[in-house]
Design a protein around this ligand. Structure first.
Ligand SMILES: Cc1cc2nc3c(=O)[nH]c(=O)nc-3n(C[C@H](O)[C@H](O)[C@H](O)COP(=O)(O)OP(=O)(O)OC[C@H]3O[C@@H](n4cnc5c(N)ncnc54)[C@H](O)[C@@H]3O)c2cc1C
Length: 493
């Protein structure tokens, strides 16, 4: 197994897309087989080693940045199998954790299959998306990654290999899991007793619900309970046609009405994605796309799966909904073929690049939120975000997954004072979101940057329940310490 410790090789592993700058490590291991992984973990207590698992570094929470621990890079475990058909509506594909999501999507689509999870950034590793239960625009229809995983092969922190298919191991009526492991022995632990928020997306802390499947404890546990080495992904038939469109509005009330019509379960048009851009996002985009109307207060991007037979009817329904909400129909952008959809995708993906370009000319980092609330509370949160930022005179943008009542608010500080005020306001947002029954992270996870806020969500006893599970599976505390569970709950140095 390759091991690198020269500064040039290590440098890239001290970064992700958070702005955390305190990473350091003695060196990076590059396992090429599952056996390499088990050997590394088996030897860890004797060698006094701790490990941070590295995916491809697109995470936003500093989760893969080591704070003194060794790094295990997953990049050489990158094999992608062939789709295996189970019925005409279902297939699966076996992949290793270091395979790129974009490569997997391309491969399955070439065979007429579809892997729905799509966390925007295609350069992430599939193992990370499972460890983080990633989600994206299409999660409005398809849910997060966990719904699309039927099996994982996990290397547990003591080096045991756990091959876990959905249905293999369920929590009993007391919420207990029982495992018999060759190295770890017989272990028993209880699922957390906290109630998860009633949001349609949630990615903060260990998953827990009555009768839950053990596979769901590992999915979303951010690498704190084991290394995902391999997984079986569930595939469905590739939709034959898509309608994509970007619809502009003059009034926020009309935009919100449009979203509620799209979300109405009786609505004949049932989009797979409903995304939002606020006025300031549009003004960033207008610097590259002059056709963006200057009198729009915001826009909704949507994607509707359709067929050649239903496309015309779906378009009629969509236009009817747009007109009924007084949308700026003439200025709106319809993309019905692959080329045009590619241009619209590029338009959407330009936003983070334009914002990053603006930020690169500033001294301060952005303050970004990833919170979601139950649908009924969304407008209250949205107005609270806007009013609070206006009161402070902040420069800010709001965009994202409005279908899931989950938008990203980014405060863009122009100086140190605004950064400090923005940080304080972020805490107020957390309190507001929790008071509305929401979650502090809907998709990006907790990592290192948000671990302190998890205590506000689950309180001391909720964190202690996670600590008990962590210590049961990782008694020597070797894996991803400082991620998700605040470091002080596990180590004293
Ligand atoms: C522009 C942009 C847009 C994004 N949009 C979205 C979005 O819409 N939705 C979303 O959910 N996320 C989004 N993200 C965040 C990010 O892409 C995801 O969190 C992704 O899953 C991270 O993958 P990675 O390979 O880069 O992981 P890394 O950042 O390298 O690691 C992330 C975490 O996963 C752990 N990990 C990695 N591999 C394994 C493994 N095999 N076993 C156990 N733990 C492991 C690491 O230890 C770390 O804790 C976005 C990021 C960017 C930059």
């Amino acid at each position: 197994m390759i091991y690198k410790h020269d500064p040039a090789s290590i440098q890239g592993f001290l970064e992700d897309t958070s702005n955390l700058k305190t990473g350091h490590t003695p060196g990076v291991f590059f396992p090429e087989t599952t056996d390499d992984l088990t050997e590394l973990l088996k030897g860890a207590p004797k060698e006094h080693r701790r490990f941070t698992i590295a995916g491809n570094g697109t995470g936003t929470t500093g989760a893969r940045i080591p704070l003194g621990d060794y790094v295990i890079s997953m990049q050489k475990l990158d094999r992608i199998g062939e789709p295996v058909e189970l019925s005409k509506d279902k297939a699966y594909i076996t992949v290793q954790a270091g395979a790129l999501l974009g490569d997997i999507q391309k491969k399955v689509e070439q065979s007429g299959w579809f892997y729905p999870p799509d966390p925007t950034e295609k350069l992430c590793f599939i193992g990370s998306t499972i460890a983080n239960n990633s989600s994206g625009a299409r999660s409005f229809k398809y849910g997060a990654t966990r719904k699309h995983i039927s099996r994982i092969l996990v290397v547990l922190p003591e080096g045991d290999l756990l091959d876990l298919s959905r249905g293999d191991c369920l929590a009993d009526e007391l919420g207990m899991f029982h495992l018999s492991l060759s190295i770890g022995g017989n272990i028993t632990f209880q699922r957390p007793q906290y109630i998860m928020p009633g949001t349609s997306k949630h990615n903060a802390g260990y998953f827990s619900e009555e009768g839950m499947d053990l596979i769901d404890l590992f999915i979303g546990s951010e690498g704190t309970l084991g290394i995902i080495a391999e997984a079986d992904l569930i595939l469905i038939p590739l939709p034959t046609a898509i309608i994509s469109c970007l619809v502009y509005f003059r009034q926020m009330d009309e935009l919100f009405l449009f979203v509620s019509l799209l979300k109405d379960i009786n609505n004949p048009v049932t989009p797979r994605a409903i995304e939002f851009f606020d006025k300031q996002s549009l003004s960033f985009l207008a610097s590259k796309y002059p056709e963006v109307p200057s009198n729009s207060c915001g826009a909704i991007f949507l994607e509707q799966e359709t067929t050649v037979d239903t496309e015309e009817k779906d378009l009629d329904t969509l236009f009817e909904r747009m007109e009924s909400c007084n949308a700026m129909t003439d200025e709106s952008w319809m993309a019905l073929d692959r080329d045009e959809q590619g241009r619209l995708r590029e338009f959407r993906h330009s936003l983070p690049l334009l914002v990053n370009d603006w930020l690169s000319k500033q001294q301060e980092s952005k303050i970004s939120s990833d919170m979601a609330v139950p649908d009924g509370a969304f407008r209250e949160l949205f107005d609270f975000y806007c009013n609070s930022c206006e009161e402070h005179g902040f420069f800010y943008i709001i965009f994202g997954h409005i279908g899931n009542s989950h938008v990203h608010l980014n405060i863009l500080p122009r100086n140190r004072e605004e950064f400090i005020q923005g940080k304080a306001l972020y805490r107020e947002f957390i309190a507001k979101v929790l008071s509305l029954g929401g979650t502090i992270s809907a998709e990006h996870g907790i990592g290192k940057l948000k671990a302190e806020y998890l205590v506000e969500m689950y309180h001391d006893h909720g964190i202690q329940e996670m600590v008990m599970i962590k210590k049961c599976l990782d008694p020597f505390l070797v894996l991803n310490i400082g991620n998700l569970i605040p470091r002080a709950y596990l180590v004293t140095e």
